[in-house]
Design a binder for this molecule. Structure first.
Ligand code: DX5
Ligand code: ZN
Length: 218
């Protein structure tokens, strides 16, 4: 995986023209396609599921970065692998057996990520940080695109970076929610590797150009 990468979130794509939007992403400099899976239980919203991931995978030229905002994610690991996920991220808050879940994701042949809600401290990752490929820090409360960035995220990124360095972990840091040129620049400076961005990209006049500039804000 690359450093200073962008993962474009299709939650803000035009679902009536999803194929067209995936083609735009294919042509852009984005590194990953971020797919948000919501179950209406862990988060107060529903999004899309496996059949949509399968279809996207058929035409996607970028790896699928799948973010599971669902309870019991361990039940669906193989299904998401079969649907085409390259990277599978589970929420810390729903995984009492996180170590096992991470191992199962890797065994299925995917990169394994763990996501933290805004209130979940990075210190809880001390004993798992060497096992994960990626930590996703939620910079909004999960469930919706287009929300306001939570400022505490910068110090959280710095603390996570310190933890990664102190444990000699190879984990990447991904940030999700409220990313734009301004927050993106500060996030890269704080130590982030991958920025997820949805509404900022899709609401801009030239999404491809916005992606290009998001990779260059640092
Ligand atoms: C929120 C999702 C995000 C969302 C980000 O629950 O996890 O991936 O798409 O959207 P923006 O970039 O609009 O904040
Ligand atoms: Zn997400």
């Amino acid at each position: 995986m690359e450093k200073n990468a962008v993962s474009t979130s299709i939650l803000s794509a035009d679902f009536l023209n999803l194929g067209r939007d995936i083609e735009m992403i294919n042509k852009s400099e984005t590194d990953f396609i971020h797919c948000d899976i919501m179950d209406g239980v862990f988060v107060p919203n529903l999004s899309f599921g496996l059949p949509v991931i399968q279809q996207i995978h058929k035409i996607a030229k970028k790896p699928l970065d799948v973010h599971l905002m669902i309870v019991h994610p361990e039940k669906y690991i193989q299904a998401f692998k079969n649907a085409g996920a390259s990277l599978l991220t589970v929420q810390y808050e729903v995984c009492p057996h996180l170590h096992r879940t991470i191992q199962l994701i890797k065994k299925a042949g995917m990169k394994a990520g763990v996501a933290l809600n805004p209130h979940t401290p990075v210190s809880l990752l001390e004993d798992i940080i060497c096992d994960v490929d990626l930590v996703l820090i939620m910079s909004v409360n999960p469930g919706f695109g287009g929300q306001k960035f939570i400022e505490n995220t910068y110090s959280k990124v710095k603390r996570l970076k310190e933890l990664i360095l102190s444990k000699k972990s190879k984990s990447l840091i991904e940030i999700d929610g409220g990313v734009n040129f301004d927050t993106g620049k500060k996030l890269y400076r704080a130590g982030s590797d991958i920025l997820v961005s949805g509404s900022f990209i899709f609401n801009s006049e030239d999404p491809q150009d916005t992606i290009h500039h998001l990779k260059e804000v640092y």
